[in-house]
Design a protein. Structure first.
Length: 190
């Protein structure tokens, strides 16, 4: 397993710092993150090899300069300060945060997946009252299955309906065949 960091989380630390006290350090960092995201908007629809090449040519020098600047700023700010915390967050995770530059398939951040799981995160306090531990575990399994169906291009209602229709005659030893990533959309309802 290889950790891939989220540049949006690093950026957010500086955004919060700037919002709290108009920090010049945060302002400069936000400008640099903005330049990186501008490049990402331009390469979003390109093939992975093209995206990687542009990242190497344009994004890598920006990130290298940002890293050097962060190291220099970190030496100047007092230990425990809000600026130190924002800088430390990025510096401790730098390798993971910049891993996307060397792989055109990797996203610059995990905003997309966070948006996908947001409904679950928002509702989790409501789901604390599922009735019992087993009921909560079942609800989590069903919600995971529904989200997996969505992520694999299935209409969740049609997918669940189809799986429930197949279950009585489907061999238990081959139950994994009904998982959303293995079940082709063309076989739904077949």
């Amino acid at each position: 397993m290889t950790e891939v960091g989220c540049l949006a989380h690093a950026r957010r630390k500086f955004f919060d710092l700037h919002a709290a006290n108009q920090s010049q350090i945060a302002e400069f960092a936000l400008q640099q993150f903005g330049r990186i995201y501008e490049i990402e908007r331009e390469v979003k629809e390109l093939q992975t090899d093209q995206r990687q090449a542009i990242r190497q040519q344009q994004t890598k020098p920006l990130l290298d300069a940002l890293h050097r600047w962060m190291l220099l700023q970190r030496q100047k700010v007092p230990e425990g300060s809000a600026s130190a915390k924002a800088l430390d967050y990025s510096l401790r995770r730098w390798e993971a945060l910049t891993r996307f530059v060397n792989d055109g398939q990797l996203p610059v951040d995990n905003n997309w997946i966070e948006n996908q799981i947001r409904p679950i995160a928002i509702g989790r306090n409501n789901w604390l009252f599922a009735g019992s531990l087993r009921a909560g575990q079942r609800a989590a399994a069903v919600m995971s299955l529904i989200q997996s169906a969505r992520m694999n291009g299935h209409d969740p209602w049609a997918y669940i309906n189809d799986v429930l229709r197949r279950l009585p005659t489907h061999p238990n030893s081959r139950i994994a065949e009904l998982l959303p990533h293995l079940l082709r959309r063309t076989t739904l309802g077949a």
